[in-house]
Ligand binder design. Sequence first.
Ligand code: MN
Length: 285
Amino acid sequence: MPAPFVDEPRATHKDVPLIIRALPEESPRKLNILLAEDNAVNRVLAQKLLQKQGHTVTSVNNGIEAVQLWEQNQSSQFDIILMDVQMPEMDGLQATARIRERELATGAHIPIIAVTAHAMKGDRERCLAAGMDGYITKPINPAELAKAILATVPTGAKIVPGPSDPVVEGSSGSALLARFDGDGELLKELAGIFLQECPKMLDEIRAALAAADAKALEIAAHTLKGSVGNFAMPGPWETAQRLELLAQSGQLAGAPEIFRALEQQIAQFNQILARHTAEPAHQRL
Ligand code: MN
């Protein structure tokens, strides 16, 4: 969370060191960023955090759109691509491989940062093998995001260390707010988007269960998990993950029971979010 700006009184003794404060949100260089993320909640959150760090962001929903937009804009060049790994149509690994292949003709190299769900073992290695330059895990931590960008795009400027405290898991108000860079307005906006998207995500899980479609269930549970993960509430996240892993195993026995538990947790979770969207943003959580 950025420290409140304090106007330092002028030093009157010559042994008082001069303190230069850097604003944590201020990135040394404003970048033109292409963001590929299929999950609406994650996409808006990443876009807003990047914009707060001073960057210009263009968002797309899948790997095919990312490759297309990158190709169309090679003259006005994006500085960096933030690439979700799991996406429909074309995933982030395939999209990166496609871009690296086309770069062989020009010798160019656009930095690509993978954004991936943190439960996936071996992800980092797969991302680097696919030609990605950096790696961050979801849910996105604002300080980690800024650090990964600074590490991937050499700016020549001194790196301003962000807040080093890890975001604490749990449903306390401060942990929740930390997910949104201490920005109550942003939390309110994302909670609204989640509440809007949630019925659709639950419907997709219902439909997959009704059709006994393990692959569709895995994708639908993963999508819900990814959205919930932004709000620092481990309960529904873990249940969605149980459903995802069960579907991944192809064995659907027990899935309806897990889904019923998930529905209950989500109903409670939605009530909490609804309270946040109703509260004035300046109010303490
Ligand atoms: Mn995704």
